[in-house]
Design a protein around this ligand. Structure first.
Ligand code: NAP
Length: 314
């Protein structure tokens, strides 16, 4: 980890060390821009809490998410990327160089900025989910699945993430119940077939989690059937929430154009945002594809866009 002097003026600063951020770093470093990459709360991004990655091109055999991200990182560092840890609390994008202020009071200036801060798991929003988080409630099967050996757990959601998590949890749990608010999954057909074939997986349709039961640990869930309005309690030891993600736009939200759900908007066929010199790549600006490979592709584009911007500016 490199220390960066307070008040340094950088050519390219990249926020985020997921596939988008580190690919941007590889390309910017190879263009001799000496990028500074800022690692936030989840170094390596969402792939570090994933088990086997089976769809990243170039890996005919499954590769563990953390291993893949470590490869990205070493490749970025090999070409001179400096990686530091820091949480950006404030950003002034009103004039160049832009100013980024960190939680520890340090600040840096940068002539261009690539935002690759990714997205974070969404929560249902009920109080019991908060009080029981870490006591049986989780949003990461890869991180916490191991604790539910031979126990009954539920996964909430009907997308690819929920079904993938459910499948993964069957490695440990006795049963996995997928609770979905509709009677049709949003997940891909392949993923649906996989869960249908898994004898440990059960399904509860048309239902919302009204409350997670338990005082010091999860003992069950109270479900509301959205069609019949009836409630039922289900005894469980763990609840995995997998209902999608929201973009980490933090201190940029007010200054950059975003969609209604908060994803940064970039120009068509480019990673340019509405502020010249600020680029966005990966899940923070993508609510559609959200794949490691698409994030990496956008990271590459962002580095090239930043390079062109700096050339035109000088
Ligand atoms: P998603 O596709 O947005 O699915 C979210 C699911 O959660 C939906 O089924 C949604 O229900 C449900 N949901 C949302 N808010 C809810 C709430 N408040 N209460 C209860 N349920 C709620 O999100 P995702 O599964 O995280 O996937 C995101 C993207 O990543 C997708 O494009 C997906 O294909 C991709 N992905 C791919 C892979 C893979 O290829 N291996 C793995 C994971 C994710 P409704 O269906 O009713 O809206």
């Amino acid at each position: 980890m490199t220390a960066v002097p307070n008040n340094s003026i950088e050519l390219v600063t990249i926020l985020g060390t997921g596939p988008a951020g580190l690919t941007a770093a590889i390309y910017a470093a190879r263009a001799n821009l000496r990028p500074l990459c800022i690692e936030g709360e989840q170094p390596g991004g969402q792939l570090t809490i994933t088990s086997d990655v089976e769809n990243f091109p170039g890996f005919p055999e499954p590769v563990m998410g953390p291993v893949l991200m470590d490869n990205f990182r070493r490749q970025a560092e090999r070409f001179g990327t400096r990686i530091i840890q820091g949480i950006v609390k404030k950003a002034d994008l009103s004039k160049r160089p832009f100013v980024l202020e960190f939680a520890d009071g340090q600040s840096i200036k940068t002539r261009s900025l690539i935002i690759a801060t990714g997205a974070s798991a969404k929560w249902i929003g009920i109080p019991s989910e908060r009080t029981l988080r870490g006591k049986g409630v989780s949003a990461c099967a890869t991180c916490d699945g191991f604790f539910f050996r031979n126990l009954d757990v539920a996964v909430v959601g009907g997308g690819d993430t929920a079904l993938e998590e459910a499948n993964f949890l069957t490695r440990f749990a006795k049963t996995v119940t997928i609770i979905h608010r509709r009677d049709k999954f949003r997940a891909s057909k392949a993923m649906q077939e996989k869960v249908q074939k898994n004898s440990k997986i059960r399904f509860v349709w048309d239902s919302a989690v009204q409350e997670i039961l338990g005082e010091h640990a999860v003992t069950g869930v109270r479900l509301l059937n959205l069609k019949t309005n009836e409630t039922q309690d289900l005894a469980l030891h763990g609840v995995f929430v997998a209902i999608g993600h929201e973009p980490n736009t933090g201190p940029f939200r007010e200054q950059l154009k975003s969609t209604e759900s908060g994803y940064l908007i970039t120009e068509p066929d480019s990673t340019r945002t509405n502020i010249p010199g600020v680029f966005a790549a990966g899940d923070v600006a993508d609510h559609v594809y959200r794949q490691a490979v698409t994030a990496a592709g956008r990271g590459c584009m962002a580095a090239i866009d930043a390079e062109h911007f700096l050339e035109d500016e000088s």
